[in-house]
Design a protein around this ligand. Sequence first.
Ligand code: ADP
Length: 744
Amino acid sequence: MSDHYVKVKVQLEEIQFPGEETEKDVEVVAGLELSVSSSSSSSAAAATSVAQDGKSRNDSGRKPISKTRSKSRGKPSDPGRRSRSKSAKDDTQGVASVNLQEKMENTACTAERLQNPSSNEAALEIKGSGKVLQGKAEQSKGQHGKEDGSKVQRKKRSVTVDSSKAKTSLEALKTSIKQLKWKEFPAGRRLPCDIYWHGVSFHDNENIFSGQVNKFPGMMEMVRKINLSRAVRTMHELFPEEYNFYPRSWILPEEFQLFAAEVRMAKENDSSWKPTFIVKPDGGSQGDGIYLIKDPNDFRMLGSAHNKPAVIQEYIIKPLLIDKLKFDIRLYVLVKSLEPLEIYIAKEGLSRFCTEPYQEPSQKNLHHVFMHLTNYSLNVHSGNFIHSDSMNTGSKRTFSSILYRLSSKGIDIKKVWSDIISLVIKTVIALAPELKVYYQADIPTGKPGPTCFQILGFDILLMKNLKPVLLEVNANPSMRIEHEQEVAPGVFEYVPSAVDEEVKVGVIRDTLRLVDPAPRKATNNQLRLAGIASEMQEDISDAGSSDKSEQDSGVKENNLPSLCLKQVFPKYAKQFNYLRVIDRIAELFVRFLGVKGTMRLGPTGFRTFIRNCKLCNSNLSMASVDILYIDITRRWNGMGAEQRESGMCLQAFVEAFFYLAQRRFKSLPLHEQVTALADLCGAAKRRAALATCQPEGIHSVPTAPAPPHHFNCPAAASKSADYRFHRPVLPTIKGNCIENSAVN
Ligand code: ADP
């Protein structure tokens, strides 16, 4: 092991968030446990895995499948927020499906190729990236498995997985199920399964009343560009310093005038400012419909584009380049549970490269998509795209190979990694409140229903100054482990992609291990016996959070590698819980919804909220409460086609809550005003519960841990008291998120 690699490993293991002290914690923050594979490229890691697991891989070995390429690309068809549409923003859509059964029977083995790595480059090997030992295969053939050569184990019931809706993730899912020796039901099953794997959304199958589904209701809607921008913006309003990882964005069409006015003013103040903006259609994916502009007038000239929902965003003009190329990072994040919030990050990800050397945007190069957009789906069609079996060359590489490159240049990669972890946790915290509203509407408490988990794809850009910037979150990240190859003009084959397989199979397999229902049931029983309070639930999961996951998931007993997914929440709850203010507002919102299955608060519910929390006084009459309700609800419902339902949505309620908080606690910064009001409402709820000796309302989503009442966020800037309750929280050029041109 070279000194340099040892240094990289040590650096990563030392990553520490401010306030972290224990050795154990430090080990986990590092998350990315890199070790060295002495030679043969990082495919050595995969090769080892395959060599050890040759049998099962041979079973599922794949050979190229010929097909004619479909040019169509998927687009969400229905913008309705509560839509149960089967179409989705699946960045794997539009590719013709493949007969996987046939593939499995007839194909040559990827393993062979991986076992004979040709490259001699040194590379980083990610622990937990796929080494699977063979012992268990014999057990499944009827022989009793032996652990440590001694104890005879009781044969466990196989976990059952319904893969009938898996779509493009099917191949990686099959491989994962095989490695785990679980039972797959490719055509579904009459009896309930333990796990249902959906390719698009929670609603792919409406008849699930137990088990677990790999999608949350509402996730697809929440990560659409407009909703993500709104969710991050609300958090930015409360915590500007903490939420400065998202480019300044304006929502079209309603904020176009504001966008134009702000750009004009900023240019008047600083004539040297030459910004570029990127316009992204709301439901778009794979770079579809995206273009760059230099001036708001360029957008005006596009005429009809004006009225389509989209986000216009400041373009990051100085990205970090490798080999003169722009690239982005795709990280896989598992939201294992919303309540309590549990987040895992995959230690390995992908880096997708542009195929034309980068230049800062100018009128001349503005249309060069291969220079500015890192989407694989676009660049794969460039003549310069390089398919490589090596993990650290070519147009798609592993994330760890990028870190290695950076580290070899003396860059502090542990800082980069911990900044990325923070970005991920903060983003999920921004999305969680509304997801809980969806959740209670689709799976009401007390009714039989599945629980949910979901793998998200985070697209992150590193700026030249190494600051990570969130580009977008994908609810359906591509889990395809093959890529297309043109064998004759117009005829394409799917061939195994070593880089994709290395990363994606690990993510799916380890997600399954983490949601393995057997240990989960044990935990739930313990909780029931223990007395059921949600605070206690949090305590238990916190206490066991130190890789409890690995113990629970039967890692050891199956001789599987250590997990490639690392828990980051609640592991770092202490550092981030103070940000979960909107969660508390959402909890109130759900409490007063009244009707099961709804996501909109009626005027009576709003009045009840005001009355129960005793918010009316000489300064705020019930009549003005009614006006507040009508005014805010009308405005939110008038925004965009998707807000046509009647009643007050969560975002409108949050705005009303901010307004009430500002009236009541005038001199405090906004986040303190809002927290103070949430405390007040919480106290009213406790008083009411005590008075009636009733358990909490049937609708209350289990309580999120209340953020500490003191603020350990020294950097949170204070918010001026002139909050504009007649307008949604809007970005300003001054209150920017990312110091785009200044820093670089
Ligand atoms: P899509 O869902 O269509 O892929 P993205 O938001 O991911 O949309 O944008 C597509 C690509 O455009 C990204 O992969 C990235 O390369 C580039 N991009 C997006 N937003 C920005 C930005 N604000 N600054 C610089 N590049 C960006």
